[in-house]
Design a protein around this ligand. Structure first.
Ligand SMILES: [Zn+2]
Ligand SMILES: [Zn+2]
Length: 357
């Protein structure tokens, strides 16, 4: 009697187990949510040169909107770094190309690798108005192009930078935000990078109060942007917003402290990432990531692929003996010539998997 009961139960159990296995198989064989992102629009907001001590290390402080309103809506990475070249053009190029590269900081050199804008426009077949760089710093027009043969001058995104384009000077962030909203409304772009410059600009002028004011304003503008996206039919529920910095600033006591940046001190390297969107989980992600990881993460969201091989310029020092008749040769000295060599390497950037649901 009892044995029969067990037998019946077992058959029933086996049937249940089989059903469970079928359900599990169906779940695992169909693409997971991360394979089919809900995101159709990606915006990367870069708040230029903000140090942790004035932002995420003392919250709410100057960033009440980001730390108390936006942060609960997304994932926050406190262990996010620019662990390479901690100045504007390199930091931004790391974001857009997924490659760390020492690059001229005065707007005269393009990144050596194609950008997320170019990959996206090429593979989606969309017009240039589907990808934008909207920047307070005019020199960031360089992000729209690359020096890579075969990619140079192709599939370039639209640019709205500086007062009135390259060479016209920096624009206040409030005006950049107006342009951002206008472009979002008019063109509904799928991909946009925004640069806000006020904290960095005023810090370089050694203006502590205005550096702080810049942080506080950009915090407000970040919230304004998020609200704008959520009030718009097109963008609501389909937009991912990343908020980060291109680099920090020197720790107090190092090379003038907050005024400058550019080395590998923790103040310059330590930044943050706040990531909000329909495909992302909420909460803190402790894993260490760096700026270059944003590019493949955007690629995952917008369904494009990046080349697995990239080029990285390397400084090669070559010693050249001076000509016999030069003054240096008479003194027995050599002159030094710096040569830049392009190394081909594997793309090191990796998708920030921990963000995905
Ligand atoms: Zn700077
Ligand atoms: Zn530093």
């Amino acid at each position: 009697m009892e044995a029969t009961g067990i037998g019946k139960y077992s058959r029933c159990g086996r049937a249940l187990l089989l059903l469970l296995l079928m359900v599990l198989a169906a779940c695992t064989s169909s693409p997971s949510s991360s394979d089919k992102p809900k995101t159709e629009y990606v915006i990367i907001l870069v708040i230029d040169g903000t140090r942790m001590s004035e932002t995420w290390d003392s919250v709410p402080g100057l960033i009440p909107n980001m730390s108390t309103v936006l942060k609960p809506k997304g994932a926050f990475l406190p262990n996010f770094l620019n662990d390479a070249y901690t100045y504007t053009n390199s930091g931004h190029a790391a974001i857009t190309t997924g490659v760390n590269q020492p690059i001229d900081n005065y707007g005269d050199e393009f990144p050596a690798n194609p950008s997320i804008f170019q990959y996206f426009l090429k593979q989606s077949g969309k017009p240039a108005t589907a990808a934008w760089i909207v920047s307070s710093k005019d020199k960031l027009h360089i992000l729209a192009n690359t020096s890579r043969p075969g990619w140079e001058n192709t599939f370039q995104p639209s640019v709205n930078a500086g007062v009135n384009g390259p060479g016209t000077g920096y624009r206040m962030d409030s005006l950049t935000l107006i342009e951002v909203k206008r472009i979002l409304t008019t063109h509904k772009p799928n991909l946009m990078l925004i640069n806000f410059m006020e904290p960095d600009g005023f810090a370089h002028a050694a203006n502590w109060p205005n550096y702080l004011r810049g942080i506080s304003r950009d915090d407000r503008y970040a919230k304004e942007l998020w609200d704008f996206l959520n009030e718009d039919e097109t963008f609501r529920g389909k937009t991912t917003l990343f908020i980060t910095a291109d680099h920090g600033r020197h720790l107090n006591g190092i090379d003038g402290g907050f005024v400058d940046h550019g080395d590998s001190c923790p103040g310059c390297q330590q930044i943050y990432l706040l990531a909000m969107g329909p495909d992302f989980r909420r909460g803190t992600v402790e894993t260490r990531h760096t700026l270059i990881d944003l590019a493949p993460t955007v690629a995952r969201l917008l369904h494009f692929t990046m080349d697995s091989l990239v080029v990285v310029p390397r400084v090669d020092t070559t010693y050249v003996t001076s000509p016999a008749d030069s003054a240096q040769a008479a003194l027995g000295q050599d002159s030094i010539r710096l040569e830049i060599v392009m190394d081909t390497t594997v793309l090191k950037a990796r998708v920030i998997e921990e963000l995905f649901k």
